[in-house]
Design a protein around this ligand. Structure first.
Ligand code: FES
Length: 322
């Protein structure tokens, strides 16, 4: 049995071409009602019915949280995509109906921060748009550092120039006159600053490591990943489910969560990238290779809980309490 999540029926009211590879979609309730309120940094899961099955993807809400008569998401077309982004770009049109989840937030603003510094690369700009709108509404201080290939490939360029010109620093990699976005600017920030990163995994990891090396406390470092971290181990393994009295196999190209769901095992989940802790399960025996960013070093060493969406077995078998 899988876990049913409540969904909202919406349709695509408008499509805006932000850049050659990014489209913004305006979603409106099919019932004509306002959509649920959300906090800055939230995302929704979209469920598109295709001939190949249901396409499930997560997208940040990019409008100000005060606006709830519609939602806006932005989708970047990935060159090799045969799934979500290609479908959104080539098959979805104004009027297309779909279901979305209620908003969830795994990347919220810290209201302990005295100053917020955002670092975005490419489509990683999206969660910061609702955050900046919220901070403007509250009169709080922030700055954005945003790396894109060029002015043409810089999603939301007009909005950033019009609304956040004084707080926004752009770094254009194809422009020889533009400087590169570097982490060392974090050194100059005042005590109480919180830093936020969103972009490719390599960039997020580099900036996180730099922030730690500059002495930022862990609770002042925030990040968002759109894809699960690449695991070092990819070997298939077996999982014995103690309560269910079943054994299932996990393929080399499959997550443990995917294997559990495919086997009809009740398995709550949310982010699927090791960030939220929803999919945590108790481990009774076996050694776990942890790839999440939820557990502390001490919790990892205890080897008694794991995130099924990203973590795997070190050897060929695990026993879980499920
Ligand atoms: S679903 Fe969020 S950590 Fe696994």
């Amino acid at each position: 049995m899988t876990v049913m999540q409540p969904k909202i029926h919406v349709f695509v009211k408008q499509i805006i071409q932000e850049t050659p590879s990014v489209k913004r979609f305006v979603l409106v309730s099919k019932e004509g009602a306002d959509l649920p309120a959300f906090s800055a940094g939230s995302h929704v899961t979209t469920f598109l019915n295709t001939a190949a099955g249901t396409l499930e993807r997560h997208y940040s809400l990019v409008q100000a949280p005060a606006i709830t008569d519609h939602y806006e998401i932005a989708v970047q077309l990935h060159a090799q995509s045969q799934g979500g982004s290609a479908y959104w770009h080539h098959q979805v049109s104004e009027g297309t109906e779909l279901f979305i989840s209620y908003p969830k937030n795994h990347f919220s603003l810290s209201f302990r921060a005295k100053h917020h510094v955002f670092y975005a690369a490419g489509i990683g700009i999206t969660p910061f748009l609702s955050m900046m709108a919220e901070l403007v509404a509250q009169g709080r201080s922030f700055e954005l550092h945003y790396a894109a290939k060029s002015r043409e490939m810089c999603a939301f360029y007009e909005t950033l120039q019009k609304t956040y010109r004084d707080s926004c620093h752009l770094y254009l990699s194809a422009d020889p006159d533009s400087s590169r976005m570097r982490p060392d600017g974090m050194r100059q920030q005042r005590i109480g600053t919180h830093v936020y990163f969103c972009g490719p995994e390599t960039m997020v990891n580099q900036f996180q490591e730099a922030a730690r090396s500059y002495g930022y406390p862990q609770q002042s470092i925030h990040f968002e990943l759109f894809a699960p971290p690449a695991p070092m181990l990819r070997e298939p393994f077996l999982v014995e489910l103690w309560q269910s009295k079943r054994t299932i196999s996990v393929g080399s190209d499959q997550s443990l969560l995917a294997a559990l769901l495919a086997a009809g095992i009740k398995s709550p989940y949310s982010c699927r990238v090791g960030r939220c802790g929803t999919c945590a399960v108790e481990v009774l025996s076996g050694e776990v290779a942890h790839y999440d960013s939820v557990l502390s070093e001490k919790e990892r060493a205890a080897q008694d809980v794991m995130m099924t969406c990203v973590s795997r077995a070190v050897h060929n078998k695990l026993v879980l309490s499920l």
